[in-house]
Write a protein that binds this ligand. Structure first.
Ligand code: COA
Length: 321
């Protein structure tokens, strides 16, 4: 039993924030950001346009493209580390907004690997014969947990949402791998925001993202090629058979290093991070949606998705479009 993506959608905030805009609030410049990351601009959500709002827009577009009703969905899994509420889950908010009354809906937290983890979880339900039609969402509003005084992180991220409608299929390819290493959690972290209780007497704390950029860089360029090799080997697929490697959009230099290690041309690594930055759980489905709508993907194409992020977590999927 495998998975077929039958519709994709994405949504990003209207507000464009360029590298020059950021140079007005922190000591940075366009040249540094472009050369170190490949990012030129990003989208930042305004008040009232949070994670679930963007996710709902992306989900509606994915359903329209799939040509199915929200009422046909059995399961919605929403990957996010920046939900609008502690509860209800973002998945339940999307479920209500699109009217998917039959679907079970829940969130998972795997940071930038979230979409891959969510896709694999839906696949497992399909394989077990429990559900047949699902909606997988990756959406984040990282702008609300960024320290806008910290130039080493604030230039990297943006807000956005991507979604894919998936269906169980008897035939086709899907091989997957996932991993986690909680012992390296401090390399990329954001503590929860708390008001504490009347007993602790502590003041409210606003958790902000912190990152050891070089540690994350080293982790990504080691782990992602290994994960890609694993799914190719399990799928009995030669690397040359892969049309595209759809990677988590974090840094152009990470792509270059991975391409070099795998001895693959950069042409096989589509990117959109120059326009959106790192939108965490949303990067892979937003890019997939763009490629799909531009007609770059044809039925039968073999592609590899690969993500990595806080946790630390990582994962790769070999799938047939
Ligand atoms: N603008 C200008 N200078 C900056 C800067 C910015 N936005 N951010 C950091 N710097 C400075 C540093 O202070 C440092 O200055 P110093 O040499 O005077 O101390 C210098 O630039 C080099 O910093 P360094 O951290 O060594 O740069 P780097 O080459 O490692 O690039 C990252 C930094 C963050 C771009 C890079 O490490 C990276 O991309 N890591 C992966 C991060 C990632 O993808 N995270 C998300 C994963 S899901």
């Amino acid at each position: 039993m495998t998975i077929k993506i039958i519709g994709t959608g994405s949504a990003v905030p209207e507000q464009v924030v360029t590298n020059d805009d950021l140079a007005k609030i922190v000591d940075t410049n366009d040249e540094w950001i472009r050369t170190r990351t490949g990012i030129e601009e990003r989208r930042i959500a305004s008040a009232g346009s949070g994670t679930s709002h963007m996710a709902t827009e992306a989900a509606k577009k994915a359903l329209a493209q799939a040509g199915i009703s929200a009422k046909d969905l059995d399961i919605i899994i929403f990957a996010t580390s920046t939900p609008d509420c502690c509860f209800p889950s973002g998945a339940c908010e999307v479920q209500a907004a699109i009217g998917a009354d039959k679907a079970v809906a829940f969130d998972i937290s795997a940071a930038c690997s979230g979409f891959i983890f969510a896709l694999h979880t839906v696949h497992s339900f399909f394989k077990a014969g429990i559900y047949q039609t699902g909606l997988v969402i990756g959406a984040d509003t990282l702008s609300k947990i960024i320290d806008w005084q910290d130039r080493s992180t604030c230039v990297l991220f943006g807000d956005g949402a991507g979604a894919a409608v998936v269906r169980a299929e008897e035939h086709g390819t899907l091989h997957m791998t996932m991993g986690s290493d909680g012992s390296k959690a401090s390399a990329l972290a954001c503590t929860a925001r708390t008001t504490d209780s009347f007993l602790t007497g502590k003041k409210p704390e606003l958790g902000y993202m912190t990152m050891d950029g070089q540690e994350v860089f080293k982790f990504a360029v080691k782990t992602v090629p290994e994960a890609i090799r694993t799914v190719l080997s399990e799928g009995g697929t030669h690397i040359d058979e892969i049309k595209y490697f759809v990677l988590h959009q974090a840094n152009y230099r990470i792509f270059e290093s991975i391409a070099k290690r795998l001895k693959i041309s950069m042409e096989k690594f589509p990117t959109n991070l120059e326009r959106f930055g790192n939108t965490s759980g949303a990067t892979i489905p937003i890019l997939l949606d763009e490629m799909n709508r531009e007609g770059k993907l044809e039925r039968g194409d073999k592609i590899v998705l690969a993500g990595f992020g806080a946790g630390l977590t990582w994962g790769a999927t070999l799938l047939e479009w």
